[in-house]
Design a protein around this ligand. Sequence first.
Ligand SMILES: *Cc1c(COP(=O)(O)O)cnc(C)c1O
Length: 396
Amino acid sequence: MRERERYSLARALVCSASEAAFPFDRPFRLSPEGAPFLVSYDTAGLAERWRGRAWTRRPVSMWRYHELLPVPDREAVVSLGECRTPLIPLGRLPRQLGFRGTVWIKDDSRLPTGSFKARGLAVAVSMARWFGYRRLALPTNGNAGAALAAYAARAGLEALVVAPSDLPPSFIAEARAFGAEVRVMDGLIDDCGRWLRAHAAELGVCDLSTLREPYRVEGKKTIAFELWEQFRGGAPDVIVYPTGGGTGIIAMWKAFDELAAAGLFQGPPPRLVAVQAEGCAPIVRAFREGAGRASRWPEAATRAVGIRVPATVGDALILRALRETGGCAVAVGEEEIREAQDALARAEGLWLCPEGAACWAGFLRLRDCGWLDGGERVVLFNGATPLKYPLSGSDR
Ligand SMILES: *Cc1c(COP(=O)(O)O)cnc(C)c1O
């Protein structure tokens, strides 16, 4: 096929530690250096292909950016109707604070299975099916397991989800509703991941753990492509993102870099801010210490289970993304998360999941300490619907 007809302009896998390039050879694993693989693209080819704003004539969904996704052709795409998610400006709350800039919520709860895990898993499941895998698995704190289960069902593949036994039962029920096998075990998500790696070969599963395969990050890049379009080829000044495994932070950093390389985005990338809970803040601690890696956070505890991730193989990349974009990392307490959830619901009509509410709490901290000067354009992420989490009464 001629170069300009290729559905994907993916070129190679690059080891994120050594920068060595590798071909796409069933790459559902880490690089030989034990670091995540990242997909590289022909950005010069992209500049050519998108010169006439080709993507704008396609349906409004994450797949309109298909040249910058790894899925090799249209027929390989596994989709559940992913919409472009809205960017909703806050009204009363920033005004009451005297904030002169604008704050938006990027509301990714509108995606299939109600969370932004759909973006990554749509791409990873498409790739796994393309490579011929029949049985897919991952460790989860809830939303990833539900998304894997749904996309696997759609693709006609089997799914195994390994989850901590203290997860809200709604997440387990949701994965089971899609026909996935769910194993619960005592421990945290990294314990579930270790168990899965020890048993993956004997179970015959393809392991889609966060950043231990290169494609979930690729799907998650579409949050940045959407923002870039919603800001008319630009970007907000600051993006505040609830950070667990780090897929989103790494993906946005990579996406703006690719757009810049293709000449489609000028100016500094948005400053990326990682928000974590005080009960599980390995990235915040490493950022403050100036460290290049983060050590495991023992006894991790927070109601915001999506960011209850005591250790991630993406730590070095997350820290680089925060520093290279001039961002930072901030931890917030459980009470602040609760108050943020109530405030946004009552003053703005936006009921966010605890992780999303943590972004507003993080925003308040950054404003109080003067890191934000009060005139910025800021985007906060809501990654999931609050309806899957324990509702009032059981947890307050
Ligand atoms: C998974 C998850 C996160 C963390 O996302 P990463 O990109 O993996 O850091 C945040 N919020 C919610 C609701 C999640 O499900």
